[in-house]
Structures are given as structure tokens and as C-alpha cells.
Design a protein around this ligand. Structure first.
Ligand code: HPA
Length: 279
């Protein structure tokens, strides 16, 4: 067995020995988007530094906590705090939550993030269902010898964002009276925000939003054949002609204002998970 599988199996064993049984789906809670965690009937809980091999989240506003429990009638693993490439982790570390969720039996991955809005028709605080991405990260979680136990050498990304999950999200948003945009997410390394010229470039190549995460995790999902859906909270306006200084606290405050609506969407999607997956 190679090192990647050995590491993942040790984490899986650790969690199973401590009470993780059935897992229906995983959720990654992005920057400022921890609200969903409060809705979970928690059975087990770990801080990331208790779990072998798991990197410790370094961003101060990310909790670094794994919750296992019931939500929407399902068993969920909620990763509160993600690993970003800009923090210095390898891409293999960045995608560990996704791979562990799958190896524990997860049938879907729901991902959230905070992102800058490039599409002038979208408003701050809006939620955007990611239809597809443009990966501009300098590294890739699948680089290196292929881990055959996880997936094939050349996975396709033709439907990386599951159409049934996306359709369900739009239907649920309509029923809940939540505005849900649809768009393309450009994934960059960060940690700095972009120059006006870079925002113009990102818009030109077809992106509606830009952020520093998600594409690596979605690539890892595609590799394992795990359906996923991702929602961005649009936290700052990236209009190259009217760029104002961005304060990270403002990004967090905007994310927090929308986290209730995001939580309601994800919770109902989990209720309807099986129907959405066959659609
Ligand atoms: N650029 C990159 N990442 C981001 C942004 C942005 O404008 N806003 C939130 N995350």
C-alpha cells in the first residue's frame, strides 16, 4: 500500500474505533460559515489536532473541528474549518477531509466557501451555486503516482458539480425564498486578493466568482466518483474599475449574514439527498 492510502486508512480506523459508523454525506464549512454545525445533533466531536495525520487549521477564524452526528435525518461528517493551500499544506493535505469522508462511506460532499463577486449582476451577500470551476491553483491533488484505490489516473471533470444536487439546490432555494445565483468559480492560490487587472482577466476568462479553495476538493471528489455540490457566499465586489480596499473582517461579516440561508439550503438538501442523487 502506498503512503497516501496508509495515512488515510489510519485516520478512518481512528474515527471508526471512536464511534463513527454510517456516513451519508460530508459537509465542508467555509470561512465564516459555521452556522450549520449548530443544527447538527452531535454524537462525536474532535478538534483536528486530536486526529492522527490531520493538519491543524492555522487560520484563526476557522475552528478546526470535526463533528459527527444527525442532520436532516442523515448521518453527516461536518468539517468545520478547511485546509487551504496558501497556509502551506500540500494538496494531499488539503483534500484529506474529502477522501476520509468517502472512505467512511459518504455518498456526497457539500462544500461552502466565501468568494469575491466578478459578475456585476450578482450582489454582495448572495449565494452562488457553483456550476463549474476554472482551476488556477499552482498544484493539483492528483499529481504524482495515481492512488488506484481512490480512482483512475485520468478522471474526467465533465460533471464535477452533480447536476441533480444543483437542480435540487435551486428548487429548494426557490421554495425557501432565497436568491441562489449560478456561476463559474475561479480557484486561485491566494493569500492576497487580486489586482484590478487580475479581476478583469478572471471575468474575461468566464468566471463569476473567485476564491482560494474548493477546486482541489472537487477534483478529489471527481477522482473518487463522489457527487458534490458547492455554494459560494459572495463577500466582496471585484469590479476592477471601482475597487475599494477589502477588509477581511468585512468579508467575514458578509459571510456571516448569509450563513443562515446557506445552512437552511444545505439542511434541506440533506433531507432530499437520495432523490437529488438519482436525478
Ligand atoms: N479573491 C479571492 N478570494 C476571495 C475573494 C477575492 O476577492 N473574496 C473572498 N475570497
Amino acid at each position: 500500500m502506498n503512503d497516501v492510502m496508509e495515512t488515510l486508512n489510519e485516520v478512518v480506523e481512528y474515527l471508526q474505533e471512536r464511534g463513527v459508523g454510517q456516513v451519508d454525506c460530508g459537509v465542508i464549512l467555509g470561512t465564516g460559515l459555521g452556522d450549520l454545525a449548530s443544527k447538527i445533533e452531535v454524537e462525536k466531536e474532535w478538534s483536528y489536532n486530536q486526529i492522527p495525520h490531520l493538519p491543524v487549521a492555522t487560520v484563526e477564524f476557522h475552528f478546526g473541528r470535526l463533528l459527527y452526528g444527525r442532520l436532516g435525518g442523515k448521518w453527516v461528517l461536518a468539517w468545520q474549518g478547511r485546509f487551504h493551500y496558501y497556509e502551506g499544506y500540500t494538496m494531499e493535505q488539503v483534500v484529506m477531509p474529502v477522501r476520509i469522508t468517502r472512505l467512511l462511506g459518504g455518498r456526497a460532499m457539500l462544500i461552502s466557501n466565501a468568494a469575491g463577486a466578478l459578475n456585476p449582476e450578482h450582489d454582495l451577500g448572495d449565494l452562488m451555486c457553483i456550476e463549474d470551476h476554472i482551476n488556477l491553483q499552482p498544484d493539483n491533488p492528483l499529481r504524482g503516482p495515481n492512488v488506484n484505490e481512490l480512482g483512475s489516473r485520468f478522471p474526467d471533470l465533465y460533471r464535477a458539480y452533480h447536476p441533480g444536487l444543483r437542480a435540487a439546490l435551486h428548487r429548494i432555494a426557490g421554495a425557501q425564498g432565497t436568491t441562489l445565483r449560478a456561476g463559474i468559480y475561479a480557484s486561485v492560490a491566494g493569500p492576497h486578493l487580486e489586482t484590478p487587472a487580475e479581476y478583469r482577466y478572471l471575468r474575461t476568462i468566464g468566471a463569476d466568482a473567485v476564491g482560494m479553495s474548493t477546486a482541489p476538493e472537487v477534483i478529489a471528489c471527481a477522482h473518487m466518483g463522489m457527487p458534490c455540490a458547492a455554494i459560494s457566499v459572495l463577500t466582496d465586489a471585484c469590479d476592477p474599475d471601482r475597487l475599494a480596499p477589502v477588509v477581511i473582517e468585512e468579508i467575514l461579516a458578509t459571510a456571516q449574514k448569509s450563513e443562515g440561508a446557506l445552512s437552511r439550503l444545505f439542511e434541506q438538501l440533506i433531507v432530499e439527498l437520495d432523490e437529488a442523487l438519482v436525478a
